[in-house]
Design a protein around this ligand. Structure first.
Ligand code: ZN
Length: 378
């Protein structure tokens, strides 16, 4: 398993780099410093095994499909390394819901959370899971960025995966949100235009999108027309005004200027409210854990971000950023929070209760502190 050893080594150097960035940007000593011990935040190789490699994820999902628990297929487009992105479908109900995770290759604990959620919804004979499968068609993409997670490549500076971007060392048009010699930030390239192939930053023909993973997610969206869309990420370490660790941040679409340009301001306002109801369900789900401390994500209005693009297209759309990168305990927490919030949301959509979810939860949400702000954003 040479590739696994390589991944582990690069992970620790990545964490060291992240610690340097966080230290340079920190304006207070309150934030808990990320661990920089040799071996990285997950300690050793065996603890990283909680996150499936590309091959392992496909094998695990294939076993579930062989048992008839899920439908498994590759996404409509492959990654640039010619790898298939696994797409899981559970249930056959009339209401479509879509959850995606790990668009950023180095934010991979949420992919484990999605694998747990798949097990929970597909492999469970209880009445709750049955209601979800009867009333919903759930599509889960546990790892959008298969190349950025464990593609067997190095970038122009000699870095190995995992990293944030996909793999695409050359750029032909626009070159926004692109790291030279490495690749694109997938979560800036979701088309909200007429076709999945529109490049959000280049005028002209709707054929200039160079990010296959984003095109694939939008193509799936077109096929499914999900009522609710959720996108899971990690963020760095933050504390609130009381010095308490922030365990996650949440946000709904906010590309209001783009909606006005498109002449859909009224529809978009309704979409924001629907998104906030879905976010409310997720917040209440983690509220039952004493240690959850969720704030509003300080979001930009960039329309090509999944949260905004799918909101502009009419889905209730939620971004959930989980605290990440500081130790094994945190890793388990991230995975668990992703699966719990996903499960409770699916339950609430299946029984219809999400449509009347309490918006005061959203009105009262606090802003995230910016002590160790990550400049890269979602
Ligand atoms: Zn991210």
């Amino acid at each position: 398993m040479g590739s696994r050893r390589r991944t582990t080594a690069s992970l620790s150097s990545l964490v060291l780099a992240a610690a340097v960035v966080a230290g340079a940007q920190g304006t207070t000593a309150q934030a808990e410093p990320p661990e920089t011990t040799p071996g990285g935040p997950w300690g050793d190789e065996s603890s990283l095994s909680g996150v499936a490699s590309y091959e392992q994820m496909w094998a695990d999902l294939q076993r579930l499909e062989d048992r008839g628990a899920i439908e498994l297929e590759p996404a409509p487009l492959q990654s640039n390394l010619g790898r298939d992105i696994p797409v899981v479908t559970i249930g056959d109900g009339p209401t479509p819901v879509m959850l995606i995770a790990n668009q950023h290759g180095n934010e991979f604990m949420v992919s484990r959370g999605m694998m747990d959620l798949i097990q929970q919804v597909a492999g469970n004979n209880g009445p709750e899971a049955q209601e979800i499968r009867d009333n919903l068609t759930v599509t889960i993409v546990p790892r959008v960025n298969v190349d950025g997670f464990d593609g067997d490549v190095t970038d122009a500076r000699g870095n190995t995966t995992p990293w944030r971007q996909n793999y695409d060392p050359t750029c032909d048009v626009g070159c926004n949100y692109w790291v030279e010699g490495r690749g694109y930030d997938i979560n800036r390239y979701h088309s909200y235009g007429a076709t999945p192939y529109d490049n959000p930053y280049v005028a002209g023909e709707d054929t200039l999108n160079e990010v296959p993973e984003a095109i694939a997610m939008r193509t799936l969206w077109d096929e499914l027309q999900p009522v609710v869309m959720v996108d899971y990420h990690h963020q760095g370490t933050y504390v609130d005004d009381d010095g308490r660790m922030i365990t996650g941040s949440i946000m709904w679409p906010n590309a209001t200027a783009t909606a006005e340009q498109l002449g859909i301001a009224d529809e978009f306002a309704q979409t924001i409210t629907k998104s906030q109801r879905a976010a409310s369900v997720m917040l209440q789900a983690v509220d039952s854990y004493g240690y959850a401390n969720i704030t509003r994500y300080p979001s930009t209005t960039t329309p090509g971000i999944a949260r905004n693009a799918y909101g502009l297209l009419g889905s209730a759309s939620v971004l959930f950023e989980l605290r990440g990168g500081i130790g094994q305990k945190s890793a388990g927490y991230i995975s668990k929070t992703a699966s719990v919030t996903g499960y409770e949301l699916l339950k609430a959509i299946a029984d219809g209760s999400w449509e009347t979810a309490d918006l005061s939860v959203i009105e009262n949400i606090r802003e995230r502190g910016d002590y160790v702000r990550d400049p890269r954003g979602e």
